[in-house]
Write a protein that binds this ligand. Sequence first.
Ligand code: HEM
Length: 407
Amino acid sequence: MSTAKLSPLSAQWSMLSLADIDPFPAYEILRERGPVIWDPGMNCWLVLSYELCKEVESDEGTYRIVVADAPPLSFEIKGGKTAVSSLLGDDHTRMRRLYLNLLGPSMMPKYRDEHVLPVINDAIDRFADAGRAELSSQFSEVVPARIMASMFGLPWKDDGLLADIEKWHGDIVTWVGMGYSGEEVTRKAKLASDKLNEVFRPLVLARRDERGDDIISQIWTQAPEYYGPVSVDDVLAIVRGIEIAAGETTTNAIANLFYLFLTNPEIRDAASSDHEAGLNRCVEETLRSLGSVQWRYRVANRDLTLGGAAVKQNDTLCLVNAAANRDPEHYACPHSIDLERKSPADHLAFNVGPRVCLGMWLARLMMRESMKAIMNRVPEVRLDPEEEAPHFRALSHRSYGPLHVVF
Ligand code: HEM
């Protein structure tokens, strides 16, 4: 039986039916069934409330990350076991210190000047004289990947190489999304991983022997202090982990900020004001209200009751942060853009607790600088009424597109 037409009030309904559409009306209907409900299509519990998402994300003793149960091949394909998102316990805590040093707030002025601004300005140079652009494919989908390439010391203007890297990441993400199964999908993911290693391994080796100012050199230099001695494979795993965490997430967040800027006069006015604070609030409301990463998973370590639901040991929980970010129990007028919220950054877009995103300062920097550059360089920018209008695309990682503009 097709479930596509079912109401979210039906016990047979699945979140899988929300691909490529605005998911927020469905989240609100689901809430009527309770804060924690079973999704038969995803074979997991959906957690919709702000407080409960926060509770689960903060308690790694009771709820483990899915990676803890992943097959050995998954670590091989993702580039190795030393990436912070694959580590547990003390190893995870120690490794986070290294990432915080590499990606924390104190590094942002340097990254802004050396990587973020050159890449953003180059992207705008490529369409500035045309009077029109499609800001998803010509900006948000390429800028974060080029910035990361620049930070790693790769030739970030090599469009062919970056397109390959994006495709290889896509093959791996598809395989993870299929639960690490499927013969053909596995073959493609393995091949993609080999190709990514061919790109990054020579860089990792070169920086071991001759350090520069790039982030791979910094990993070699700083890892012993924060984590302990690391091998070539360890550094490769760290690099590949950062690469994959940074790309699609930030791409969606920038696209969503542009979408709100182009469609919401309040956001446009606040972002355009001379005060950095207004732009920061636009960034936070974008992250809260549209959620570039809609959900994350955890697994219950024991039988328990959560939000009235009887969760069994080893059941999977899907923490729908994007729904939690519009929980009326936590936010007044949750569906409105409100730039005066008392705690603008208390949303769950980056998770909370021991696994809170380590790239959040860089993500916010990329969002802010992208918006500022567009406003300064093409101030008349507006949606092109002759072209396809933007709509929500994809499923768990999603954003508005296409973003056809004229200026
Ligand atoms: C707007 C953009 C971004 C969003 C919405 C986002 C969201 C998230 C979320 C929800 C998690 C938690 C995953 C989980 O616990 O299941 C996470 C973790 C992580 N993110 Fe991000 N992220 C973004 C950008 C970035 C960037 C730019 C980087 C790196 C440069 C990055 C690096 C990481 C890393 C390393 C972790 C793993 C943390 C750990 O396991 O301790 N993220 N991110």
